[in-house]
Design a protein around this ligand. Structure first.
Ligand code: PRX
Length: 677
């Protein structure tokens, strides 16, 4: 079934030119146990049957009231799924499992320090703890249905407990990645108008106990300065019963959760009956402007979709021990550590720290100890594990039946190492392509049915009908060999509903490019623009090539170049800033920054450091630039536009092309000399 060299692509369109690969087929053992092996699903989920086929996903959940309408298009393109239906996400992830599975482990929390005990939280214990914390949120914090709460917590059992307690009350949670800075957290507090911020005092990272409360003290101050007062900072303790930091408690604002909870021991909170279209959470992500956007995900549509994806693509069964290595502060963690696996009554592993701490065998020891059989991670982690411990997996006795890669393109060589060494030649791999906005997968193989191709995400998952358009809206058919913009023809329940507080930006960014009639109520007129370039092979498999906008994918996480540039421009001396992606062996890409200074200022190492610090302050370490180059001038077009393409070529030691048409061609060589060979 080999089909080599079928894709011809222009060099400008494709940075990474991989050859088409042979298929790897799932083993009969895997197929024998898989949740989805019936190929008729593709027939049932054809566009002719849209949108009714999605009721199959909704039926995986328990509803207080069934929906009146599967898809309401009246406010196109803000789709409403399962209109009129009522349910509660916390009930679906906990209560409904108690009758048969209350003693089953819901969460295995693995502390980073190996001498600390793994915590095994049963579904019954999860129920008790979520109820008690929901009572605290309601009575101490005064939160009610529809309020927003920002959660800035590290990986811990308390993080999903906090999220599920919010969901129980109908409070909309906005989880901010624990590694984000105070300033990034404050921006999200302000945008979501959260008057309650939930944190943890400390956590371990690479062997160090970090003071996290101090970060959120600062976030409270910054948010207040920007018009949003945090009335209450709720602080979980990393070690219940004692504070792990010396940051003092702020009188009248700070509440130590572990103390306050004593008032609520034994409390039970009836789950709110939420409408399907009520928001479950906000998840901020980077876009083309400096301001991150709050993707608003629904209760019924989102939960139906992630439950189905967990069941059919992740192939999770209730008896599986499933470990997704992502951070819950990203969409992968929301969908595939918390909501999907728990809705299916699986056991989900949460690991506090660095996968390679204290050594390259740590991940595989965790897998061995907990008997993990489904493993989910990203190419950046796979590259790191391969680099520092290529022979480590063989030393440990674990058996994965299923593995995932997500978040960025994976090089076929890395895929093959993952399959051979980590999966020991026995596990299927799904390369899942999706986004914060999409809630769940867009493209992937169905592991019990379709063969895998290294480096290729696969076809649209059942129900998703991708299409590639060129700039003029012409369809590029499968096998055309041309790269274009990958769009989704149909709405789907996991898709976010809007951008919090900014419907116009939602419509503009995702739906305007190929829409022919802005007043249309017909879903066929509103293809969803992913913002990625892709090619479709003759077999309908999609190879994702990367972003078409100003977004850099660093270690599988999105960073807006504008966000980094805005951070650099907060430094008084900086006149102009331009960020370009540089290829990186482990992270995939890394940002590199060029700045020019206002007249009268000198380039010094101190100033370079000051600019680097401003970026860490505004965003966090994740946005750290490989270099900050202070240049005499930016290469510019005659109309004054900064030529990022030229800077990108210089950073990647590539061909800058013809620069003679620039307003200042001489600057190119000067920058090249500065950056070096
Ligand atoms: O460019 C695509 C890339 O990551 C972007 C989405 O990033 P984010 O919203 O942070 O979500 C990451 C986790 C879902 C996409 O627009 N991307 C995601 N998955 C893949 C991918 N690129 C190639 N292959 C993938 N499997």
């Amino acid at each position: 079934m080999s089909e080599k060299n079928v894709v011809e692509t222009s060099e400008a369109e494709i940075a990474v030119h991989w050859q088409e690969e042979d298929y790897y087929m799932p083993s009969p053992t895997f197929i024998g146990q898989a949740n989805l092996t019936d190929e008729s699903i593709f027939e049932r989920f054809s566009l002719d049957n849209f949108p009714d086929y999605y009721t199959e996903f909704a039926e995986l959940l328990t509803w207080y009231k069934y929906w009146d309408e599967v898809l309401d298009t009246s406010d196109a393109p803000c789709w409403k799924w399962f209109k009129g239906g009522k349910l509660n996400a916390s009930y679906n992830c906990i209560d409904r499992h108690l009758k048969d599975n209350k003693n089953k482990t819901a969460i295995h929390f693995v502390p980073e320090l190996e001498e600390e005990r793994v915590q095994h939280v049963t579904y019954q214990e999860l129920y008790v703890r979520v109820n008690e914390f929901a009572a605290l949120l309601r009575d101490t914090a005064g939160l009610k249905r529809g309020d927003r709460v920002t959660i800035h917590m590290p990986m811990s059992a308390e993080l999903p407990i906090t999220m599920l307690a919010c969901a129980r009350l109908g409070v909309i949670h906005s989880v901010v990645f624990g590694g984000f800075s105070a300033s990034a957290c404050a921006d999200r507090v302000v945008d979501s108008q959260s008057r309650v911020l939930i944190t943890m005092d400390a956590y371990y990272r690479a062997g160090n106990l970090l003071n996290h409360k101090a970060v959120d003290d600062e976030a409270c101050e910054l948010a207040a300065a920007d018009g949003q007062k945090v009335d209450q900072l709720l602080i979980w303790q990393r070690y219940p019963g004692k504070m792990s930091t010396d940051s003092p408690l702020v009188e009248g604002r700070d509440i130590v959760v572990n103390d306050e909870l004593k008032k609520y021991y034994g409390a039970r909170v009836e789950p709110e009956q939420m409408l399907s279209e009520d928001p479950l959470f906000l998840m901020y992500t980077s876009g083309t402007t400096g301001k991150p956007k709050g993707c608003q995900h629904s209760t019924g549509g989102y939960l139906s979709y992630v439950t189905a994806m967990s069941k059919y693509i992740q192939d999770i069964h209730p008896e599986d021990v499933y470990w997704c290595m992502a951070d819950i502060g990203w969409i992968t963690g929301h969908s595939f550590i918390v909501y999907g696996p728990l809705a299916l009554c699986a056991s989900s592993v949460i690991y506090e720290g660095v996968p390679t701490y204290p050594d390259a065998g740590r991940s595989w020891r965790i897998a061995q100890e907990l008997d993990v059989n489904i493993f989910h991670t990203a190419p950046t982690a796979i590259r790191a594990l391969r680099k520092i411990g290529p022979d480590e997996p063989a030393k440990y006795d674990y058996n994965f039946k299923h593995m995932t890669t997500v978040g960025e393109p994976i090089e076929p060589e890395v895929w093959k190492w993952y399959e051979r060494e980590v999966g020991k030649g026995k596990a299927v791999i799904v390369d899942t392509y999706w986004q914060t906005e999409t809630g769940g997968f867009l493209c992937s193989t169905v592991p019990g049915i379709q063969g895998m191709k290294p480096g290729s995400a696969g076809p649209g998952v059942p129900g998703i009908h991708p299409i590639i358009f060129d700039e003029n809206g012409e369809v590029l058919p499968s096998g055309s060999g041309k790269a274009g913009n990958i769009c989704i023809q149909n709405p789907w329940p996991g898709c976010f509903m809007t951008i919090w507080g900014d419907r116009d930006r939602f419509v503009d960014t995702y739906f305007s490019m190929y829409n022919k009639d802005p007043n249309s109520k017909d879903w066929r007129d509103w293809p969803y623009l992913t913002g990625d370039a892709a090619v479709e092979a003759p077999d309908g498999y999609f190879r994702i090539l990367g972003r078409i906008d100003d977004v850099i994918n660093v270690s599988g996480h999105r960073l807006g170049t504008k966000e980094i540039e805005s951070a650099a421009l907060t430094v008084e001396e900086v006149a102009e800033a331009a960020v370009v992606p540089v290829n990186h062996e482990i992270k995939g890409k890394e940002p590199e920054l060029y700045v020019s200074l206002k007249p009268g200022y000198e380039a010094t190492p101190e100033l370079q450091q000051k600019i680097a610090d401003a970026i860490t302050f505004q965003i966090g370490k994740i946005a750290k630039c490989k270099n900050v180059w202070i240049v005499p001038d930016m290469p510019k077009t005659r109309s004054g536009k900064i030529m990022r393409r030229v800077l990108g070529a210089i950073s990647n030691r590539g061909d800058v092309g013809n620069v003679m048409t620039l307003a200042n061609p001489e600057i190119v060589e000067e920058i090249q000399n500065m950056v070096g060979e």
